[in-house]
Design a protein around this ligand. Structure first.
Ligand code: PNS
Length: 165
């Protein structure tokens, strides 16, 4: 029998999720095994112009994480650390796919630690099958008529088709 992630640790997994990919989903599954409560937090204010509105990004995440009892999906605005603190989180979860992710992630983790030293950033690696999958490339592929099968959940595949057609 699978052990339950029964510890009292709340983790926040923040991101743009524009849209959620199978790489994100793989990380959510890994995080849900370790943390008692995992909040997937969709960023409302993005510098980049998102393809999907924040409500739609959240709705897709809710649909594809339905099976995880200890996973919630929420929207956040403002500083991530203010949000995490308000939720009683002790951990911010981030995924690292390749060395190229590291510099940006390290900078962000250090800045977040400066803002709130009591909350730790924990990095996890997605399965290697997803090490090259990003929302940005998935959108580009869909826009140019390529297949995104296997890279994103079925629901997202359909939504992407609707957006770019
Ligand atoms: O999926 P992304 O785009 O890599 O996620 C980046 C995100 C949303 C986690 C990051 O931009 C963020 O935390 N934004 C909230 C604003 C904030 O707290 N900025 C200070 C962190 S250094």
């Amino acid at each position: 029998m699978e052990p339950e992630a029964g510890n009292g640790v709340t983790a926040v997994y923040p991101g743009s999720f524009d849209p959620v990919t199978n790489g994100h989903l793989d990380l959510i599954a890994r995080g849900a095994k370790i943390f008692g409560r995992l909040i997937v937090a969709v960023a409302q204010n993005l510098d980049k112009d998102p393809l999907f509105g924040v409500e739609e990004r959240m709705e897709m995440l809710e649909a594809v994480t339905f099976e995880f009892r200890n996973v919630e999906v929420d929207i956040f605005g403002g500083l991530l650390m203010d949000y995490a603190r308000a939720k009683g989180a002790r951990v911010v979860l981030r995924g690292i796919r390749a060395v190229s992710d590291y510099e940006y992630e390290l900078q962000m983790a250090m800045m977040n630690r400066k803002i709130e030293p009591e909350i730790e950033t924990v990095f996890m690696m997605p399965g290697e099958a997803y090490s090259y999958v990003s929302s940005r490339l998935v959108k580009e592929l869909a826009r140019l008529g390529g297949s995104v099968k296997g890279l994103v959940p079925k629901l997202v595949e359909e939504r992407l088709r609707g957006k770019v057609s």
